[in-house]
Write a protein that binds this ligand. Sequence first.
Ligand code: AMP
Length: 401
Amino acid sequence: MNSSLVLVVNCGSSSLKLAVVESKSGERVIEALAERLFTPKASMEIRSQEMGETRIGLSDADHGQAFEVFATHLAAEQELNGRIIAVSHRVVHGGEYFHCPVLVDEEVLQKIEACSGLAPLHNPANLQGIHAATKHFPGLPQVVVFDTAFHQTLPETAYLYAIPYGLYEQQQLRRYGFHGTSHHYLMLEAARRLGQAVEKTNLLTVHLGNGCSACAIRRGRSVDTTMGLTPLEGLVMGTRSGDLDPGLILHLLEHMGYSPEETDELLNHQSGLLGLSGLSNDMRTLEESARTGNRQAELAIEVFCFRLAKSVAALTVSCAPLDALVFSGGIGENSVLVRKRTLAWLEPLGFVLDKQKNEVHGEDSDGRISPKNAPDVRVIPTDEEVMLARGAVSLIAGESP
Ligand code: AMP
């Protein structure tokens, strides 16, 4: 792959993350994060190798206005003049349309729009990013990389819900999976560290950030994952409940007077670690509180680890014999305690933890935190932005993704 600079764009519902990434090394030449968009407190922080750190107030700005501020800043960076070759956008939901990165055209925009019903907070924001970038960088190819694309290899057995089949055929109600860019990166990096061809590698990758998902990878293809039609399914997350009895939702609606909006708020924003602990969605805060005797914080961590271990065990049926179990994301990369508790639950399946290596996140052993005679368990930092940059460069160079 040629070494090239790519502007990577990640639009959240109220945030905008931008970075100019050197596609081969992954180096960030410039990074920006705009937060609290649509509020008087909106602001952007820009960190650049050439111009240092800048903080800009953006009062009530939307994605387009924030992008404009960044584009103006970028134009002042002499070093970057004319060196960026493409813009690469993260798009959350690509439905069944997209299996790999694609160049933006009218048809692609329409399909992203068509998937908006399945990701109402994310896809419209992603589209705003594409429109803003097209306006400010009309001469650059615009590429989109989908969170769902890596999981388009899921077999029917893994993606179908056991509901009337017509709902899949007519409404595309099925499991899609998310965090695909991260699981894809972890697969490539794990295979590299294992010294194996990707096509011969079986993995279980666990992305634990504010959102959490696990993925079973068989011979280089995603074959099962914990998130479903939406990112609400699966593991316990920062503020999302993950799996629960669908009957509980009916109970809320029919017997407790919840509206659909209130149910959405409860399950997406008030549940998970936050709901269980009544304290915080942040694992670091919970660990600190548990250490000083907060029982609810302790309980939230316990449920989080138990549910994670249960999902890892379930996913193993799709990817045994396993070459490695990989922990990643803010929690997976940094929490000694979560890895320890989760692996303790997995001892009946033969998993063993090397305590010392776990303490230092496997930094002295290529990420490995299990002894040589036990299943391989690794900590690998994820890098979704470099995947976005590389996806764009490969597409433009005409290489298969
Ligand atoms: P991410 O969304 O990938 O940035 O991950 C955010 C999550 O990682 C939050 O729950 C953080 O509390 C957690 N996290 C980051 N650093 C640590 C740490 N040192 N120990 C435990 N959790 C951490």
